[in-house]
Structures are given as C-alpha cells and as structure tokens.
Design a protein around this ligand. Structure first.
Ligand code: PLP
Length: 387
C-alpha cells in the first residue's frame, strides 16, 4: 500500500537528541549530557501525595481546566513568585509544558500564518507549529551576542501573515536569559504590531543571575500573552507530564477547547502530585536550583580553559552551549566522535536551528563527580582532535 502520511507529520525529522541517546546505547560507561531532564527523582512526599489521593478515589476524569484545588494553589504560588493576581478563568492545567504549547498554537494559528521563533530553539516548536498548519519563521541570534534576541531582527521578520512571537527565557539550549530592556522592547513591538506572544517559561525557577522576568508583566502584554510553564523541571517531575498555562481568559477558553477534545484533561493522579509539589517544603527545590547552578558553573570553568572552545556562563536553565568553531565546523561529527572515543553524549547545536551550528549542548544533569569526569574526557578528546 502507498504510505499515506500527512505532509506535516512526514516532514518532521527524527529528534536528534533521542537519536544520540539511541546511539549511546551501543557503548559502555557512557556519560550522557544529552537529554534535558533533571536527574533527581520526584521527591517522595510528592509521590506519596499522589498515591494517597489515587487510593482515595482521584482516578477519574477531572475538569478539562484541571482540578479546582490545584488551580487555586497554583494561583497562590504564581502570586508568591511573580506577584501576579490571576483569575481562575485565566489558568489551565496541561499535559506537560508541551501540552500548553500545542493548545496555544492550535488555538491561534490559521493555515499559512506565521509564528516567529528565535533560534536556537527548543526543537518541538517546529513540529507544533506545523501540526497547527502554521509556518515557522526563524529569528536568528548568535554566539557573539550571547544568543540574546535583537528586537530589530524581530521587526524585520514581520509580514502581514505574522500572528505570534515565541519567546523562551531562560533558554533551551543556550542557557541565556532575555535582559529586561529587551523584554521591554519586544513588548513594545508586540503591542505596536498587534502580535500575540507565547512565552515559554518552563525554566523560570532556574535563573542564576537576578530574578526571572516575564514579558507578560510589560504594559499591554497581559491581553496578548500566553505563558506556558511546567512542573517538569522545577519539581523534577518530567514523567508525570504536567504543566500549566495562563493568559487572557478569552484565549485560555479557546485553548480549553483544544484540551477537551485532544486529551479531555491532564492525568488526575499527576494533578494530585502537582498539588503535593506546590504544598511541599520548597527548600528541597531550592537545593536542586543550587545544585544546577554549581554544575553549570563547574562546566563553564572547565570549558573556558579548553583550547578552541568559547563559552558563555549559563544565566538560567541547566544547559551550557559552547562554541567549537575554532576546532571544527562539523558539530555533528564532533558529537559522534566524542561518543565513539570518550563515551560522552552531547547534542550537536544544529538540532536547535541554523544559529546553533558550531555549538554543542551539554545538559548538566549528572552529579558533579560524573560531570568532572565528562569534562576530563572532553578535554582529552579536544586536545587529541586538534592534534
Ligand atoms: N519548553 C522548553 C523550552 C523545554 O525545554 C521543554 C522540555 O524540555 C518543554 C517546553 C516541555 O516541557 P514538558 O517536558 O513539561 O512538556
């Protein structure tokens, strides 16, 4: 039979990050800095909370928006962390941060409409935009600028078909944080050109310099911004697949329709886990934050002394994104050879868009001893590579 596959699905290339992990399975004693998830297990009290609630009967469909007590607790937590007062009608619970991205893009994009995506970027944006029938338009950034988006490049990319701008701070894969002034300028552009903004803030609690700032707080933005967030990174809960989004109630209402007909609701048990996470002692998550900061610093300090490597400190997230163009222009070959010769997994930067070529992404998601060992192996490899 002729393979009858929708073009928007057929055109998706397999995720490089997962491919690297599959290749790594052929080697022994691999140190994987490949996949972007906390290595910590979900704290026991969160698992216990979910289990207890499941045993007490929280095993049914929930409201599509999410359990009311979870929405209320989340609202309090958002107020505590960012000072925002949200009405319950502005919030909804999603199937991971990914579920918020899907629901937002599906709710707003008409076929052929353009979504502006600063790159390097979280690879799933491209597929999500394509599923919604939209077109992804790249906004390049570069290593020399610390991968900070220049507002003028956004303005240059605007066309009559532009509908939405995606911003991601702290950024995966670069570890950069958008400075306050740039957020101000981007907000002005969005207001001036009547753009929607999808602000992906899943690393908002992993900021190492200053405090997290959201474009949502800028003048004119609450009526046009959807903030997507997740329990995955902050609470070490990637497998529970739970996230949330907030924005103007008219847009959240439309996203709710997408969720209702796509998944009915997020998993009931995971929602109970999220509630337990919000009520848990927050000190343990601050300890994770400290650990990620120390690891990113350790990697930065080691990389900056390696020949041919240029690197910026990580301002947020748990990624380091060094530039290796003085060593080679082929970052994929570099990553494959590093795996074959030293059994360290890194992700070639081209997986995150054209501006990522020349870099590799290291996720600091192994403990400091293993990270130091990975840096020893990388240094040996780099010195050999350069003869
Ligand atoms: N946005 C960014 C920037 C991410 O890095 C990720 C996950 O890696 C997500 C969204 C998706 O989050 P979740 O795993 O909660 O779906």
């Amino acid at each position: 039979m002729k393979k009858k596959i929708a073009t928007c699905v057929h055109n998706i290339v397999p995720a490089v990050i997962r491919e690297m992990s599959l290749k790594a399975a052929a080697y022994k004693d691999v140190i994987s800095l490949g996949i972007g998830e906390p290595d910590f297990d979900t704290p026991g009290e969160i698992c216990q909370g979910a289990l207890g609630d499941a045993l007490a009967g929280h095993t049914h469909y929930t409201p599509s928006r999410g359990y009311t007590d979870l929405i209320q607790e989340l609202s309090l937590s958002i107020k505590e962390h960012s000072g925002l007062e949200l009405d319950d009608s502005q919030l909804l619970i999603t199937h991971g941060g990914m579920g918020g991205l899907t629901a937002c893009l599906r709710a707003v994009l008409e076929p052929g409409e353009e979504a502006l995506v600063p790159e390097p970027h979280f690879p799933s944006y491209g597929a999500q935009i394509a599923f919604a029938g939209g077109e992804m338009v790249y906004i390049p950034t570069n290593f020399e600028d610390g991968f900070i988006l220049r507002p003028e490049t956004v303005e240059k990319a605007l066309t009559p078909k532009t509908k939405i701008l995606i911003v991601n701070t702290p950024n995966n894969p670069t570890g950069s944080v958008i400075p306050d002034q740039v957020l101000d300028d981007l907000a002005e552009i969005a207001v001036k050109h009547d753009l929607l903004v999808l602000s992906d803030e899943v690393y908002d609690r992993l900021v190492f310099k200053g405090r997290h700032e959201s474009i949502y707080t800028r003048p004119g933005m609450p009526e046009r911004t959807v903030v997507v967030n997740s329990f995955s990174k902050t609470f070490a809960m990637t497998g529970w697949r739970l996230g949330y989004a907030y924005g103007p109630d008219w847009l959240i209402e439309e996203m709710l329709k997408v969720i209702t007909y796509q998944t009915s609701c997020a998993s009931s048990v995971s929602q109970r886990a999220a509630l337990a996470a919000l009520r848990a002692d927050q000190g343990q998550f601050e300890a994770m934050w400290r650990e990620f900061r120390e690891r990113c610093d350790l990697v930065f300090q080691r990389l900056k002394n390696m020949p041919g490597i240029r690197v910026h400190p990580t301002d947020g997230s748990f990624y380091v994104f060094p530039n290796i163009t003085e060593i080679t222009s082929d970052c994929e070959r570099f990553a494959l050879d590093l795996l074959a010769q030293e059994q360290v997994v890194v992700v070639p930067g081209g997986a995150f868009g054209p501006s990522g070529k020349g870099c590799v992404r290291l996720a600091c998601t192994v403990n400091k001893d293993r990270l130091s060992e990975a840096m020893d192996r990388l240094e040996r490899f780099v010195r050999r590579y350069q003869g």
